[in-house]
Design a protein around this ligand. Structure first.
Ligand SMILES: NC(=O)c1ccc[n+]([C@@H]2O[C@H](COP(=O)([O-])OP(=O)(O)OC[C@H]3O[C@@H](n4cnc5c(N)ncnc54)[C@H](OP(=O)(O)O)[C@@H]3O)[C@@H](O)[C@H]2O)c1
Length: 174
């Protein structure tokens, strides 16, 4: 059975991921601090096809409790607060962090990942960064890194079915 996925943040990246995953018939639970954004995204996705199973929710903790996989699609500055709020319900779960990077060679971003793991100590954290083209649009190659091999393999599968090409790197500076 396909996992249920909670996406926290319905901005540009969260929406792009939700669109890809909805097309693959994953059950999605969408949350944004502005509930109208999650509701609009859910409505738009539901209009795209019969097999789409998407719900906007007004409680991120409930969404993360119900879901098998969690995706953090909020700004870097919001991640600590979100992590602290979902920490209990994210125990043992796969958490996908949509990472902030100007390029996979920027070692400073490794620290952001380490901090997030401290805030989510019992979660299987995997960082995903999608390569942008020169004009800033996202390409189809996704770099992924993390400490849990099984979680990385799951994320690689998830990205592949979402028509992204995953490339596993040891760390962002690799
Ligand atoms: N190449 C890549 O892989 C790539 C590209 C772009 C972004 N990213 C990363 O993806 C993440 C999201 O970026 P984005 O461009 O999608 O940002 P965005 O468009 O600003 O979307 C983030 C959404 O999350 C909402 N939010 C903020 N704090 C929240 C909270 N505490 N709880 C729930 N929702 C909250 C924001 O609401 P407000 O607007 O009200 O703040 C906004 O709707 C960032 O870490 C970014 O660095 C990666």
């Amino acid at each position: 059975m396909k996992p249920t996925i909670a996406i926290i943040g319905s901005g540009s990246t969260g929406s792009a991921f939700a669109t890809r995953l909805a097309q693959q018939a994953y059950r999605l639970l969408l949350f944004d601090q502005d509930s109208s954004k999650a509701q609009t995204l859910a409505k738009n996705l539901l209009q795209t096809g019969h097999s789409v199973d998407v719900e906007a929710t007004d409680c991120k903790v409930t969404a993360c409790w119900e879901a098998d996989v969690l995706i953090l699609a909020v700004s870097e500055s919001a991640k600590k607060a979100v992590a602290e709020q979902i920490q209990q319900v994210a125990t043992c779960k796969l958490v996908i962090n949509l990472a902030t990077l100007a390029g996979p060679d920027q070692a400073t971003n490794t620290h952001a990942g380490e901090e997030l793991q401290q805030w989510l100590p019992n979660s299987k954290l995997v960082h995903v960064w999608i390569a942008p083209s020169k004009n800033g649009t996202l390409l189809d190659t996704a770099f992924i890194t993390g400490q849990h091999e099984e979680a990385i393999a799951t994320v690689a599968d998830l990205l592949t079915v979402s028509t992204l090409t995953p490339i596993v790197v040891e760390d962002w500076s690799a």
